[in-house]
Design a binder for this molecule. Structure first.
Ligand code: ATP
Ligand code: MG
Length: 443
C-alpha cells in the first residue's frame, strides 16, 4: 500500500481527550474515529489489525471443536423475559421499539438467543456437546464510556456457549475454553493470567477472568507471582490433561478485587511472591449450569427417555478491546515507538525511501522492491509522501510495522538498510530480508 492512497489521518500531537496510551496512539495514527460518546468507526489501519486478531481468535475456537454461527445484533425482548433478565439487566441494555411497537433490544450478550436456538434444534444427548460461538458487535450503554475502544458502548466480542448433559461434561467443555484462551492470548504475544472472578449479571458459580498486566487497567488484581511462570505446552485436549492444567493454575492465588480476601491472600502467598497491581480484562469465562436452560426449558432426552436441562457455560473475548490491550502492552510512549506482533501487524514492513523533488530515484527503487516483496507475500506500507526523512521515520515508528527498510540515494544496488523496529540496522540483500520475514511469519 502506498501511504499517499491510504486513509490514515496522522496527528502531529496527542489529542487532549485521550488519557491512556492506547487511546492516544489509536487517535494519533487514525485507527478509529469517534462517532458519538463511546461509539467509534474503525478506519483502515485499525480495522486491519482487529480483523487479524479476530482471525486468530477464530482459529483457536475452531481448534477445540467450537462451531461458528452468526446471531443478529437486534434481539426480541421475549426471550429475556423468559430468563428473567429483561428487568435485571438495567440501563446498560439499549431497548428499542420497532414499528409494530414490539420491544426489541441491541444484544449486550447472547445467552438467551443461543439457548433459544439450541432448544429448538437439539433434542438428544447424542448431539452433545455443542460448542457454538460467534463474533459480533455488542452494545452496552456503559455509564462512563472511556479510554477509547477500551471501554466503549459498541464493541466487538467473541462469545461462545457450551451445552452439555451433566456437570462433569460441562466442566470438560469449560476446561477446553480455558486452554484455548491461554493459546489465543499467547499468539497475540500477551501474557493473560486466569483469575478467579465474580460472575456478575451472567450468573453461575465458576468463573475466570483473563487479565493482562497494565498500569492503566481497570481491574485490581492480587496474585501469587509464580502463576506467571506456568505454561500449557504439555497440555492436550484430553480430559485428564486439561484437569491437570486447571489444577496447576488453581494452586496459585490469583483474584480480582471482587474476590479479594486479605486474610486468605496473606495466608496463601508468602511476602516475596505477592503481587498487587492492575490489569485489563481481555476475556471472561463462566460456568452456570442450568441458569438459562431451566427457565427457558432447554433440555435433551437422556438414554432412558428422561429429560435433562442442559448445563451451560459462556466464554467471551473482547476482540476490539484487544487492539487497545496490545498497545498498552507494547507501546513505548516515551519514545513514541509501537511494535505490533507480526501476527496482527497492519503491514509486515515499512518501506521508507529518502528522496526529494529533484531526484526521486530512491522512490523508483523502492517501488521495485515493493513489487518484489509483494510477490513474496510480504505486506508492505511504502511512504511515498514528500515529507522529510525524520518525519517519515517518526510516522512509521508510530504505525508500528515490525520491520523497516530504508532506501537512500546511496544505497548500493542490491543491499538495503533493514531493521526490526527499534533495533540496529543491517545491510542485507533483498533475498535475505525476504527470508528473515518469511521465517518469522511462519512461527
Ligand atoms: P468489564 O468487567 O470490563 O466491564 P464484563 O465483565 O462486563 O467486562 P463480559 O461480559 O465478561 O464483560 O464480556 C466479555 C469481554 O468483552 C470482556 O472480557 C471484555 O474484554 C469485553 N468487554 C466487555 N465490556 C466492554 C466494553 N464496554 N468495551 C469494550 N470491551 C468490553
Ligand atoms: Mg467480566
Amino acid at each position: 500500500m502506498h501511504i499517499s492512497k491510504l486513509l490514515i489521518p496522522i496527528l502531529k500531537n496527542n489529542s487532549s481527550e485521550a488519557t491512556i496510551k492506547s487511546h492516544q496512539l489509536m487517535l494519533r495514527v487514525g485507527m478509529i474515529k469517534q462517532s458519538s460518546a463511546g461509539i467509534y468507526s474503525w478506519l483502515p489501519l485499525g480495522l486491519k489489525i482487529m480483523k487479524k486478531i479476530e482471525q486468530i481468535v477464530r482459529e483457536e475456537q475452531n481448534k477445540i471443536g467450537a462451531q461458528e454461527i452468526l446471531m443478529p445484533t437486534i434481539q426480541p425482548s421475549e426471550i429475556w423475559k423468559e430468563s428473567g433478565r429483561y428487568d435485571d439487566y438495567g440501563q446498560e441494555m439499549l431497548r428499542i421499539k420497532d414499528r409494530q411497537n414490539r420491544d426489541m433490544l441491541y444484544g449486550p450478550t447472547n445467552e438467551e438467543l443461543v439457548t433459544d436456538i439450541f432448544r429448538s434444534l437439539v433434542k438428544s444427548y447424542k448431539s452433545l456437546p455443542q460448542l457454538l460461538y460467534h463474533i459480533q458487535w455488542k452494545f452496552r450503554d456503559e455509564m462512563r464510556p472511556r479510554f477509547g475502544i477500551m471501554r466503549c458502548r459498541e464493541f466487538y466480542m467473541k462469545d461462545a456457549y457450551s451445552f452439555d448433559q451433566n456437570d462433569e461434561h460441562a466442566l470438560y467443555s469449560y476446561n477446553k475454553f480455558f486452554l484455548s484462551y491461554l493459546k489465543t492470548f499467547k499468539r497475540l504475544e500477551l501474557t493473560a493470567i486466569p483469575m478467579a472472578a465474580d460472575t456478575g449479571p451472567i450468573g453461575g458459580n465458576l468463573s475466570h477472568e483473563f487479565i493482562i498486566l497494565a498500569e492503566t487497567g481497570e481491574s485490581k488484581i492480587f496474585a501469587d507471582k509464580r502463576i506467571f511462570e506456568l505454561d500449557y505446552s504439555d497440555t492436550s485436549l484430553e480430559k485428564k490433561s486439561l484437569e491437570t492444567l486447571r489444577k496447576k493454575y488453581d494452586q496459585y492465588y490469583s483474584v480480582t478485587d471482587e474476590k479479594f480476601n486479605k486474610k486468605e491472600f496473606e495466608k496463601n502467598v508468602s511476602e516475596e511472591n505477592r503481587l498487587i497491581t492492575k490489569g485489563i480484562e481481555v476475556g471472561h469465562i463462566f460456568y452456570f449450569g442450568d441458569k438459562y436452560s431451566k427457565p427457558m426449558n432447554a433440555s435433551v432426552d437422556l438414554p432412558g427417555g428422561m429429560k435433562q436441562f442442559v448445563k451451560m457455560g459462556s466464554y467471551g473475548i473482547g476482540v476490539s478491546r484487544l487492539v487497545a490491550a496490545i498497545i498498552e502492552a507494547k507501546y513505548d510512549d516515551k519514545n513514541e515507538i509501537m511494535k505490533w506482533p507480526l501476527s496482527v501487524a497492519p503491514y509486515d514492513l515499512a518501506l521508507i525511501p529518502m528522496y526529494n523533488k529533484n531526484d526521486n530515484s530512491a522512490l523508483e527503487k523502492a517501488n521495485n522492491i515493493y513489487l518484489e516483496l509483494k510477490k513474496n507475500n510480504i505486506d508492505v506500507l511504502i511512504d511515498d509522501s514528500d515529507e522529510n526523512f525524520s518525519s517519515k521515520i517518526k510516522k512509521m515508528n508510530l504505525i508500528g510495522c515490525p520491520f523497516q527498510i530504508i532506501i537512500g540515494k546511496k544505497s548500493e544496488r542490491d543491499f538495503f538498510e533493514f531493521r526490526e523496529i527499534n533495533k540496529n540496522t543491517e545491510n542485507l540483500s533483498l533475498n535475505n530480508i525476504i527470508e528473515i520475514i518469511t521465517k518469522q511469519k511462519k512461527n
